[in-house]
Design a protein around this ligand. Structure first.
Ligand code: PLP
Length: 467
C-alpha cells in the first residue's frame, strides 16, 4: 500500500471502531452461529493471489465483527464482561502500529519504564510495598495466576516439589486448577477446601487440612484466596487467611482478577481489607479497569521473587542483559516477546484520571444493589445471593406457585436459553448450592438501570411461556 492508501485504510478502520462505540448500545449483543454457518462464510484455501484491501476490510466488518458477541455491550451480563474504553483501544493501536517489543530494557527503555511506573501505581493502590514490590503485565488473569503459582513454588519449594501441597477453595476460579496442572502437580497435591454458606473458605476445615498434611510430612506451600469469586463476588477472609499463611510459612496468593479493582471505591475498599498482606495478587485490567483484551497483571510483595523464578541467561541475550537498575520483563515472567500492554493502562489513567475509574466502579456496585432492591420488591424473583462487588444471583420463583426444585431449575434454564437465543441480552446461569440461578455481573458503566429492567421484563415474558 502507498502512503495515501495506508491512510485511507486506517481512516476506514477508525471510522468503523468509532461507529461501533457509538452504535453498540442499539445493536444486539449476542452472536450465534453454527460451525456449518461459519464454514459457509469463511472456509477457503489460503489464497495465492491477494485481493483489494478495501474489499477484505468490508468483508471483515460485515461478516466477522457482526458474528462476534459483544462483551462490552450494556446488556452483556455474563461471565466477566469487558467494558473496554476508547482511549485504551487507540493506545493498543499505537502499540501495535509501532510494534514495540516490550520484553527488555534495551528494546524499549520507555516501554519498560512505563510498565514499571504503572505497576508502581497499582502497588500503591493495593497497599503493596513500593520499593520492594513489583509485578508484570500478562495476557490475562489466567496467565497471572500461572505466573504466581510458579513463583510460589520456586520460592517455597526450590527444585523439589514432590511433597508440596496447595490449597484453594471450591469457589476459586478454574484458571488456578489449570495452572496447577500445567505445573505438573498431581491430584494428591491439591486440596480443594469447601466453602461456608457465604461461599468463603471454611477456615476450620482449612486449618485441619494443613495440620493433617504437616503430620503426614507434606509441605503446605501455597494458598489461593479469591477477592471477588466469579460466581458471587464473595471476598475470602483475607486478614485471617494472611495470618494462617504467615504462621505456616505458606505463600499467600490472592486471585483478584475480577474483583480487586473495586478497591478504588469506598465499599470495595472495606471488602478488600487484608489484600495488602498477600505475597502475590492477580488483577485483571481487561475486566474492571476497563482495558480492552488482553491485559492481566500479577503484583508481588518482593520483585526479586519474580526474577529469581524466571531469569534465564541464554548466550543470544547476553548483550542486552543490562545492569541491576534496569528491568527486563522477560526475566519477570514467562513471555520473551511481549506486546506493549502498559501503554493503554498509562494513557487511559492519564486521560481520565483515577477519579473517573473510582466513579465508574462505585456506579457499578450501586447499580447491582439497586437491582437487588428491585428484585426483592417483585413477586416473581428471589435473590439467591445478595449483590456483592456488582454481581447478583437470582432466580425466577413467583410467590404462591410452589414449584419443585427441579421445576425451578428448568424454568431458570429456560429463561436463560430464551434470552440468549433472542440475542437481546447475554444472561447465562450458574449453579449455587446445586440450584440453577441467573447471574448478572454489572461491571459495565454503560449499563443502566433501565437496561436491567428491560432484561428482567424479557425474562418474565419467557418465564410465562414455560410449561
Ligand atoms: N480469576 C478470576 C476470579 C476470574 O473471574 C477470571 C475470569 O473471569 C480469571 C481468573 C481468568 O482471567 P482471564 O479470563 O483474564 O484469563
Amino acid at each position: 500500500l502507498n502512503k495515501e492508501e495506508m491512510k485511507n485504510y486506517g481512516y476506514q478502520v477508525i471510522d468503523a471502531i468509532v461507529d461501533h462505540f457509538h452504535s453498540q448500545n442499539r445493536k444486539l449483543p449476542v452472536a450465534m452461529g453454527s460451525r456449518e454457518e461459519m464454514d459457509s462464510l469463511f472456509l477457503e484455501e489460503a489464497p495465492e493471489e491477494g485481493m483489494n484491501s478495501k474489499k477484505v476490510l468490508d468483508f471483515v466488518l460485515e461478516k466477522v465483527m457482526t458474528n462476534s458477541t459483544n462483551m462490552s455491550h450494556p446488556k452483556s451480563y455474563s461471565f466477566v464482561p469487558g467494558p473496554s474504553n476508547y482511549v485504551s483501544v487507540m493506545a493498543d493501536t499505537l502499540a501495535t502500529g509501532y510494534n514495540i517489543f516490550s520484553g527488555g530494557w534495551a528494546a524499549s527503555p520507555a516501554a519498560a519504564e512505563l510498565e514499571i511506573i504503572t505497576i508502581q501505581w497499582l502497588l500503591k493502590i493495593f497497599g503493596f510495598p513500593q520499593k520492594k514490590g513489583g509485578g508484570i503485565f500478562t495476557s490475562g488473569g489466567s496467565m497471572a495466576n500461572l505466573t504466581a503459582i510458579t513463583t510460589a513454588r520456586k520460592v517455597k519449594c526450590g527444585e523439589d516439589f514432590s511433597k508440596a501441597v496447595i490449597y484453594l477453595s471450591d469457589q476459586a476460579h478454574s484458571s488456578n486448577i489449570k495452572a496447577i496442572q500445567v505445573l505438573g502437580f498431581k491430584k494428591e497435591q491439591i486440596r480443594i477446601i469447601p466453602t461456608d454458606i457465604e461461599f468463603k473458605f471454611a477456615i476450620n476445615k482449612l486449618k485441619n487440612c494443613i495440620a493433617k498434611d504437616r503430620l503426614e510430612g507434606l509441605l503446605p506451600f501455597c494458598l489461593i484466596a479469591t477477592s471477588g469469586t466469579t460466581n458471587t463476588g464473595t471476598v475470602d477472609q483475607l486478614p485471617e487467611l494472611a495470618k494462617i499463611c504467615k504462621k505456616e510459612d505458606i505463600w499467600f496468593h490472592i486471585d483478584g482478577a475480577y474483583g480487586a479493582a473495586a478497591i478504588l471505591s469506598r465499599k470495595g475498599k472495606q471488602l478488600m481489607k487484608g489484600i495488602e498482606k498477600a505475597d502475590s495478587l492477580t488483577v485483571d485490567p481487561h475486566k474492571w479497569f476497563f482495558q480492552p483484551y488482553e491485559m492481566g497483571c500479577l503484583l508481588v510483595r518482593n520483585h526479586k521473587h519474580l526474577s529469581h523464578t524466571f531469569t534465564e541467561k541464554p548466550e543470544y541475550l547476553r548483550d542486552i542483559e543490562g545492569n541491576t537498575s534496569e528491568i527486563n520483563f522477560y526475566d519477570h515472567g514467562i513471555q520473551l516477546t511481549r506486546r506493549f500492554r502498559a501503554l493503554k493502562f498509562y494513557m487511559s489513567i492519564k486521560t481520565f484520571g483515577l477519579q473517573e475509574f473510582r466513579n465508574a466502579i462505585t456506579y457499578n456496585i450501586d447499580l447491582a444493589e439497586e437491582v437487588e432492591t428491585l428484585l426483592r420488591a417483585s413477586k416473581n424473583w428471589e435473590v439467591v445471593f445478595p449483590a456483592t462487588l456488582a454481581v447478583i444471583n437470582f432466580r425466577y420463583n413467583p410467590i404462591g406457585k410452589k414449584y419443585s426444585q427441579k421445576k425451578l431449575d428448568e424454568i431458570n434454564q429456560h429463561i436463560s436459553e430464551k434470552v440468549v437465543s433472542s440475542r437481546k441480552a447475554l444472561l447465562v446461569t450458574t449453579l449455587l448450592h446445586k440450584q440453577v440461578v441467573l447471574r448478572m455481573c454489572l461491571i459495565n458503566p454503560r449499563t443502566t438501570f433501565d437496561d436491567v429492567k428491560e432484561t428482567l421484563t424479557l425474562c418474565e415474558d419467557f418465564a410465562k411461556g414455560f410449561n
